[in-house]
Design a protein around this ligand. Structure first.
Ligand SMILES: Nc1nc2c(ncn2[C@@H]2O[C@H](COP(=O)(O)OP(=O)(O)OP(=O)(O)O)[C@@H](O)[C@H]2O)c(=O)[nH]1
Ligand SMILES: [Mg+2]
Length: 413
């Protein structure tokens, strides 16, 4: 659907992306129709003349599914279904189906089911409203219909509550694990789906996670130690990828999976530089990071798949536009080594390793340390003092500087 202010190129990109999403579900696209319109029609989104045309084309091509690259309201789905005799899906529904197909762990499955129920809730109402309008009386009377709506909605809500409770139990286990990891520096991979996050994860951690040319191959968060010998321990996490117009219910229900991102000291923002829309994919990623509240975490831009780029100036242009960024091929060992070094460098340059001694009664001071530092050890065994061995960023150091233990003091403690 092309409205007067829409960008035709962007629409075509969206349709190409929708086609890859459908391919992931094993659905073959046999035809594509774009309609230019002055405005959307509430009934079916598209004009009725066009709907008839689509019905005929679908029949001739033997297509059973009509996918619309816009969010559809429940009545629009129903009207289009009746008029085209096809199963109707919208972009959000397609993404949700991929998530369902790829969910492996209990956490991912629970999150997908919550999102599906949340998406279905308004449709339950739609179904029965339709019967009211159609029959008025008949087999399903108004009051019967209303009662049924209530029953169905209550069932869905009860199920959502139960699933959220289950999710809470799962994330409590995760919180316990993450408390145990409080002392380690945390780095998180983020980026558009299929940008190469898991491939980088495997290269840096010697891992064996599933990386493949498919959208949303990863739905869970995985955490592993970055391979190293003598440096402080660093944890790397890999998580679900982002996409344009990610349904809000999915972002909401995947928030607990995305906690790893919020807890990170550094984000590696992976961009598939060989993709013609890498720029808008980068913008989308930043948008989702803002939506989940992760905009303030420091970022290193990692421009990946440079081996597939022919433009010899690309690397230089990107370095200039994104200072501190790296262009790599995740398949090349020397490049992933370079990335690892850049991560170490970031912490070396930005983190100060020091000791703080805070009077035990200074609750505000103690909590300041906990809130701002990566604590390597905390010694409560001394009289009137808590001694912390910490990593603190250069930005937050001045707030805590008065508690700093000088080297000679530290040696007498
Ligand atoms: N040529 C080339 N291919 C790469 C590179 N990095 C990753 N790939 C390929 O890109 C595809 C996607 O890689 P993944 O690591 O699964 O991507 P992801 O970001 O984890 O994707 P999702 O988990 O699906 O969101 C795989 O087929 C990788 O082999 C690279 O530097 N160069
Ligand atoms: Mg992945």
């Amino acid at each position: 659907m092309l409205l007067p202010n829409d960008d035709a190129k962007l629409l075509q990109d969206d349709l190409t992306e929708l086609e890859s999403l459908l391919k992931t579900l094993g659905i073959v696209v046999v035809g594509q129709i774009v309609q230019k319109r002055a405005k959307l029609t509430p009934n079916c989104l598209i004009g009725t003349g066009k709907v008839d045309e689509i019905r005929d084309i679908a029949r001739d091509l033997g297509a059973g599914i009509l996918v619309v690259d816009r969010e559809l309201s429940p009545p629009q789905v129903r009207n289009l279904e009746l008029m085209t005799k096809c199963k109707i899906m919208d972009r959000g529904g397609v993404i949700l189906d991929i998530f369902s197909q790829n969910a492996r762990t209990t956490a991912a499955k629970t999150q997908v089911e919550i999102a599906r129920l949340e998406m279905m809730l308004p449709r339950i109402v739609g179904q029965w409203t339709h019967l009211h309008r159609q029959g008025g009386g008949g087999a399903v009377g108004r009051s019967d219909g209303e009662k049924q709506i209530e029953v169905d909605r209550r069932r869905a809500r009860d199920r959502i509550i139960k699933l959220k409770e289950q999710l809470l139990l799962i994330s409590r286990d995760r919180v316990t694990q993450s408390k145990a990891r409080r002392h380690e520096i945390k780095v998180a991979l983020v980026g558009y789906t299929n940008s190469g996050k898991t491939t980088i994860m495997n290269a840096l951690t010697n891992g064996n996670f599933l990386a493949k040319d498919a959208l949303f191959a990863t739905l869970d968060s995985n955490v592993r130690t970055i391979e190293a010998t003598s440096r402080p321990k660093m944890l790397l996490s890999d998580t679900v990828g982002f996409i344009r117009n990610l349904p809000h219910t999915l972002v909401e229900s995947f928030k607990s999976t995305l906690d790893h991102v919020l807890e990170a000291d550094l984000l590696l923002l992976v961009v598939d530089i060989a993709h013609e829309n890498y720029q808008s994919q980068l913008e989308t990623t930043k948008g989702v990071l803002a939506e989940i509240g992760a905009s303030d975490i420091p970022v290193i831009h990692v421009f990946n798949k440079i081996d597939q780029v022919e433009d010899v100036f690309m690397e230089r242009i990107l370095k200039h536009a994104y200072p501190g960024s790296l262009c790599i091929s995740a398949h090349k060992t020397s490049d992933t080594h370079r990335l690892r070094e850049a991560v170490y460098k970031f912490f070396e340059v930005n983190f100060i390793h020091c000791k703080f001694a805070v009077p035990s009664t200074d609750i505000a001071g103690v909590s300041l340390v906990y809130q701002n530092c990566t604590i390597l050890s905390a010694d409560y065994e001394r009289q009137n003092l808590v001694v912390f061995d910490v990593h603190v960023t250069k930005d937050t150091y001045p707030k805590l500087a008065p508690y700093r233990l000088q080297t000679e003091e530290a040696s007498t403690l």
